[in-house]
Design a protein around this ligand. Structure first.
Ligand code: UD1
Ligand code: MG
Length: 447
């Protein structure tokens, strides 16, 4: 069965108090919309249509960044959820199969739930995703009889008796695409909101002799985001789930509640992530690596057996080979550190490639930026960079070469050579004592 996803993302999100369209607010470093799209991708959709409205240009850019094949359609006026789905019709021209409607602001529907909906579609024409709400509040209510969904009633239009129902509408619905569009044609807007409700279609379907049913999911999956407080709650829910998944995969987290993960963080089993580690987007950590406390990682790869931190910063393009050690207050950006490199203290390595087993002394800096251009530093294998070396790029240090502590290296250093560039030391016996005595006597005279 071919599947098309229709993701509704036209709403303004007034309660977010924001200039940014609601679905572009981020959870774990990805727009909410991407979470919804990723959830839907579990069904391997043949086509995906995003219905944009408020901030459509921004929403379109974001959707295409997620998947350039995406179709984005415009709902110029937000006349209701049925009207929103109808906007996707031209983009699904010629499509045969099921349409599943997801909401851009309901990011956490699980794969298992979507599969259960697909399964239920074998027996019923319309499948609606419902949940037992702890506090049904203003959700649409599902009126059922056994397995059958008779109709959905919106809170505003519901009787007292209907409002007492706790089985609520998540908004997610699946049906044959052409059937869904035909049913939507029959939806009117004579209701309390004057909107075209997608929720009218089960009732219309039944009147036409079609069947409708409900698949239930845990309430946490239907968690919608309408305010900054909801966004914070969604972030917390995401983090809790992602940490639990890592623990299940065999990653050691001595204080899981202090580790912040991104939506796409990948960590291999038998790794250890210590307290207060923060992951930005696009990080992969191989098995058996150790990320020590208070480190910050984004856009980087850490290989097996590497040790990072405490207090390390890995920025985009940091590529750490096996058994590399990167210690406290070391920043690595766009740099490849091959197997066994050690850079343990107070160092900046940017736009660099460093060969196997090279040791980088404390306080080393690759001076990669001249104010306009970035330049590369290349260091060979088994080299020894003395503490406090300034490597003024572009510069190349050969295999097995050394630089003396405190050197400013502006010229290439051949393999096996020692480069020194520092003023020769002078020693003046007794001079320190003499100088201090002079200064103290001046102070005593009030000079
Ligand atoms: C909707 C459901 C309600 C359900 C609730 C779950 C309807 C009529 N009601 O109500 O039964 O319990 O979701 O959260 O469907 N949108 C558009 N264009 C529009 C209107 C909405 O794209 O013209 C999008 C919104 O951006 C949002 C989603 O559709 O992502 C739901 O719209 P919203 O206005 O939040 O519907 P609710 O009143 O919450
Ligand atoms: Mg809503």
């Amino acid at each position: 069965m071919s599947i098309a996803l229709i993701v509704l993302a036209a709403g303004k999100g007034t309660r977010m108090q924001s200039d940014l369209p609601k679905v572009l607010h981020r959870i774990a470093h990805a727009p909410m919309l991407w979470h919804a799209l990723r959830a839907g991708s579990a069904l391997a959709p043949e086509r995906t249509v995003v219905v944009a409205g408020h901030g459509a240009d921004l929403v379109e850019t974001s959707a295409l960044e997620y998947d350039p094949e995406m179709r984005v359609v415009l709902q110029e006026e937000q006349l209701g959820t049925a009207h929103a789905v109808a906007q996707a019709r031209p983009a699904l021209d010629g499509f045969e199969g099921d349409a599943i409607v997801l909401y851009g602001d309901t990011p956490f529907i699980s794969e298992a739930t979507l599969n259960a909906m697909a399964e239920a579609r074998r027996k019923h024409d319309i499948v609606v995703l419902g949940f037992e709400a702890a506090d049904p509040a203003r959700y649409g209510r599902l009126v059922t009889e056994g397995d059958d969904l008779l109709r959905i009633v919106e809170f505003k239009d519901a009787t007292e008796e209907e409002r007492a129902l706790t089985l609520c509408n998540s908004g997610v619905v699946a049906a044959d695409a052409q059937t869904m569009f035909e049913l939507i044609e029959a939806v009117g807007n004579a209701n309390a909101s004057g909107e075209y409700y997608l929720t009218d279609i089960p009732g219309i379907a039944r009147a036409r002799g079609l069947s409708a049913t409900v698949v239930r999911c845990p309430e946490a999956e239907t968690l919608g985001v309408n305010s900054r407080a909801d966004l914070a709650a969604a972030e917390a829910a995401f983090q809790a789930r992602a940490r639990a998944e890592l623990l299940d995969l065999g990653v050691t987290l001595p204080a899981p509640e202090t580790v912040h993960l991104a939506w796409d963080t990948v960590i291999g089993r038998d790794s250890e992530i210590e307290q207060n580690v923060v992951f930005g987007p696009q990080v992969t950590v191989e098995s058996g690596a150790r990320i020590r406390a208070f480190s910050h990682l984004e856009g980087c790869h850490v290989s097996r057996g590497a040790i990072v931190g405490p207090y390390a910063r890995l920025r985009p393009g940091a590529e750490l080979g096996e058994d590399v050690h990167v210690g406290n207050f070391v920043e690595v950006k766009n740099a490849i550190l091959h197997e066994g490199v050690k850079a343990n203290h107070l160092t900046y390595l940017g736009d660099a490639e460093i060969g196997r087993k090279t040791n980088i002394g404390a306080g080393t800096i690759t001076c990669n930026y001249d104010g306009v251009f970035k330049h590369k530093t290349t260091i060979g294998e088994g080299a020894f960079i003395g503490s406090d070396t300034m490597l003024v790029a572009p510069v190349t240090i050969g295999d097995g070469a050394m630089t003396g502590s405190g050197s400013t290296i502006t010229e290439d250093v051949p393999a096996g050579a020692l480069a020194l560039s520092r003023a020769p030391q002078q020693v003046k016996p007794g001079m320190a004592t003499k100088l201090m005595n002079m200064l103290r006597s001046r102070k005593a005279k009030g000079q």
